[in-house]
Design a protein around this ligand. Structure first.
Ligand code: ADQ
Length: 462
């Protein structure tokens, strides 16, 4: 069976990580030969040429260091101040410093050069996410003929947002150098196809060469979690301890739960505003509900992230000032990450899971929340229609997160929902979560990348 060479910006570290990819892939790749390649997390003065190998919790990991300047332009710059906001349709939050593109390109070249001596001819190469769009081009330039797949974990932008990105035509040409491009949702494939089929009018009236996508297969491969593992985790001793801690704090109040990285795409201020409206419109719920928002900071060197954090601080303070009493607090806001067992406990205790990103590739919190519910007394999932997960989970209460009146009303409905309806909805959701579990996601992507090569893995699993 071919080895899998898995490549992402960061390789998985030890301990709890508030990042989607590590959680999703650790298990599947642990069962295959190969290695995971990425940046070491170290910044140096000189560019590193060779990767270092180490073993992390059963995975073979190869890493390179990057220079401070390159890393800044590549990561905080082009990837997270241009591509992330634009792909999430937040051009207003993008900083279009197009010179960052040089550092972005250089880091992709360094990845390719360090990878080259490590590759075998029949390795399957799987590249992850928007940091590494040019990697296949750079590998092909060095003569690599292997099958290379790319998976985009975030949404694909609509054509107008795409055209606003400096060097977008190069990036699209880079995507055409992959054998397979996987997206989270059908809406992303549709946006990509719209670009590929129409392509754009020429700049300055000149002729633009159409990009040839005929050798690249594009499809949706919605990622998932391991819902049965979450079901087990949710009754583990660590989860039970967390449930007791929370119950000591809120007693019989019903818990509304949000769990996110602190990111403007997650719609956190809108969520708190919806909760504020719920309390304002339904006096009977005061003292009977509690919002817990868990949101550890991420990318906090970027100004827009600090601003989101400040906005959220101010909004939580406002709701506290307005509704809190000496013996009742309407919400708790925790700016730290928790391990999966503690999260599973919180999911299970929650009457409502509030997952309301303004735009999200998939959103694994929605999958994990479903897995962790008590089948006899399940909570209700309120889910943004702009999360990729909305295509998988139509039985959630789907909301437009920009409309905080609508979200407030969904909260009221969720809190009032009879047990029978909660059970019926949850059963359908759990079935969908199982049908989209993370093992099948990885196997179906790899199977499409190299037909026949993962059959053995599927058979062993069954
Ligand atoms: P993220 O934007 O990081 O991921 P999401 O899918 O919601 O978002 O979460 C990924 C993982 O991080 C989940 O396993 C979750 O449990 C964990 N996590 C989130 N908040 C946490 C917290 N407060 N404490 C501890 N753990 C936390 C990106 C894309 C998503 C896509 C994933 C996977 O933005 O759209 O679903 O990749 O493809």
């Amino acid at each position: 069976m071919s080895r899998i060479v898995n490549i992402s910006n960061r390789t998985p570290g030890k301990g709890p990580a508030a990042g989607g990819l590590a959680v999703a892939l650790r298990k599947v790749l642990g069962e295959r030969e190969g290695f995971w390649f990425g940046w070491s997390g170290k910044l140096t003065d000189q560019p590193a040429k060779e990767a270092r190998f180490e073993e992390v919790e059963g995975l073979r990991i190869a890493q390179i260091d990057l220079t401070r300047e390159d890393h800044h332009a590549y990561y905080a710059g082009f990837s997270n101040s241009i591509l992330w906001p634009s792909f999430h349709l937040r051009l207003d939050l993008a900083t279009m410093e197009s010179h960052w593109y040089e550092g972005y390109r250089r880091v992709n070249q360094q990845f390719a050069q360090a990878l080259l001596p490590l590759l075998k001819p029949d390795d399957l190469i799987w590249v992850h996410d928007y940091h590494l769009i040019p990697l296949a081009s750079e590998l092909r330039r060095l003569g690599v003929r292997n099958r290379i797949g790319f998976y985009l974990h975030i949404p694909f932008p609509t054509p107008d947002a795409l055209y606003a990105i400096p060097h977008h035509a190069d990036l699209m040409r880079d995507l055409s150098r992959y054998d397979l491009v996987g997206m989270q949702a059908r809406r992303d494939v549709a946006a990509f196809t719209e670009f590929a089929e129409h392509q754009e009018p020429s700049t300055f009236g000149g002729q633009v060469d159409a990009i040839d996508f005929s050798r690249t297969e594009i499809d949706a491969f919605p990622i998932g979690s391991d819902p049965d593992a979450f079901a087990r985790l949710a009754v583990s001793p660590a989860a039970t301890r967390m449930i007791h801690r929370m119950k000591r704090a809120i007693g019989e109040q019903r818990l509304i739960l949000g769990v996110d990285r602190l990111d403007y795409s997650k719609g956190l201020p809108q969520r708190v505003e919806a909760y504020e409206k719920l309390l304002a419109n339904n006096a009977r719920l005061r003292r009977n509900v509690h919002l817990l928002q868990v949101a550890p900071p991420s990318r906090d060197t970027i100004r827009e992230y600090q601003e989101t954090s400040d906005t959220l601080d101010a909004m939580c303070g406002r709701v506290m000032g307005h509704f809190a009493e000496p013996d009742w607090q309407p919400l708790t806001y925790v700016k730290r990450a928790y391990g999966q067992p503690s999260l599973a406990g919180l999911y299970r205790l929650a009457r409502v899971g509030l997952v309301t990103p303004l735009r999200d590739g998939m959103n694994l919190v929605a999958h994990e929340f479903i897995g962790a519910q008590n089948p006899d007394d399940p909570g209700v999932l309120i889910l943004s229609r702009f999360a990729g997960a909305a295509e998988i989970f139509p039985e959630a209460l789907l909301v437009n997160p920009f409309d905080t009146d609508e979200t407030a009303e969904a909260l009221r409905m969720a809190l009032d929902m009879p047990l029978e309806e909660r059970r019926q909805r949850w059963q359908a959701l759990m079935e969908a979560a199982r049908a989209h579990n993370v093992d099948d996601w990885a196997i179906s992507f790899l199977d499409r990348l190299a037909p026949g090569t993962t059959r053995k893995a599927s058979a062993t699993r069954d």
